[in-house]
Design a binder for this molecule. Structure first.
Ligand code: PLP
Length: 290
């Protein structure tokens, strides 16, 4: 933070930072697995695209961001890590100003031990997902979902609904009744050897891209297109993708059981393949240890 490496408990934002007062932040998260970043350049490129779209000036280029991440992860001593990079709007030197151009934007990064968004024991057996009923995904023309952001009001409402009913996580529909995504993950439906994921209204997840690329190796046909809820119910299998745990099989959505209420064979195969790909030399950047 501010160029220094500090203990995470000491890392804090001023209360007047627009990052806090307006959730005005673009961020990204890259996994580190057994001492190596996975697809580091792809994550940093997506982050830079978000920073550009959101008009943040962080004073760092691709190489500068990578260097900061290497130094921080090395200092943390972690070998499996969740590594976040953040662009925040910052403070406006003129308290009364509502002009975002006046804010002092800033970059910071933080890392913690690797996060599985669903516990691996649960993921292996297939998790449970609740389709939010009281809330829809924020429309893509209101908050751009291709910019990874902190506008979690819709997801948090969905999570309360899900947790209150004993479900692990939530999935949001758009206003046309199509499947979008959930808090930190993309969604796939399997129909025979066809693997379908929504084309619009979602973050273009790097894990999603990895799944689409793995399909050719697994004799599966990827389809990126709208996924209406009625069609979704007819799927053979459902799974999630996230940098926090890779491919996560889903055994139940609402009261509907998929793949006999277990992790489906296609999702299980892709899950294993993901943890194989995350170690592949062509996608791996070993953390530079000073
Ligand atoms: C991070 C995130 C994803 C998953 O993206 P990955 O790059 O695969 O981790 C999907 N949807 C949302 C809203 C996210 O924040």
């Amino acid at each position: 933070m501010g160029g220094a490496i500090i203990p995470i408990d000491a890392a804090a934002l001023p209360v007047t930072d627009w990052g806090l007062t307006h959730s005005d932040i673009a961020y990204d998260v890259v996994p580190v697995w057994q001492g190596g970043f996975f697809r580091l350049d792809d994550y940093v490129a997506r982050f830079i695209a978000s920073v550009t779209t959101g008009r943040y000036d962080i004073g760092l280029d691709h190489a500068g961001i990578c260097d900061a991440l290497h130094r921080m992860v090395a200092a943390s001593g972690l070998s499996d890590a969740y590594v976040a990079m953040v662009a925040a709007r910052g403070r406006n030197p003129v308290q009364s100003s509502r002009d975002p151009r006046d804010c002092a934007n800033h970059f910071y990064a933080w890392c913690v031990p690797y996060v599985h968004i669903v516990k691996p024991e649960i993921a292996a057996k297939g998790t449970s997902v609740w389709i939010a009923k009281s809330v829809r995904r924020i429309p893509a023309d209101s908050v751009d979902p291709t910019v990874k952001n902190y506008h979690w009001g819709d997801f948090t409402s969905g999570l309360f609904e899900a947790k209150d009913r004993g479900f692990e996580t939530t999935l949001l529909l758009d206003h046309a009744g199509h499947i979008t995504e959930g808090p930190g993950f993309n969604v796939f439906a399997v129909f025979g050897s066809r693997v379908v994921t929504p084309d619009a209204g979602v973050l273009h997840g790097i894990s999603r891209r990895t799944v689409l690329e793995m399909c050719s190796e697994a004799a599966l046909q990827p389809e990126v297109r709208p996924l209406p809820l009625e069609e979704f119910w007819e799927a053979d299998e459902v799974f999630l993708s996230s940098s926090g745990g890779g491919v996560i099989p889903v055994a139940r959505v609402d009261d509907r059981h998929f793949s006999n209420g277990t992790a489906g064979p296609v999702a299980t195969r892709l899950r294993a393949l993901y943890f194989d790909w995350i170690m592949r030399p062509d996608h791996r950047t070993p953390v530079i240890r000073a």
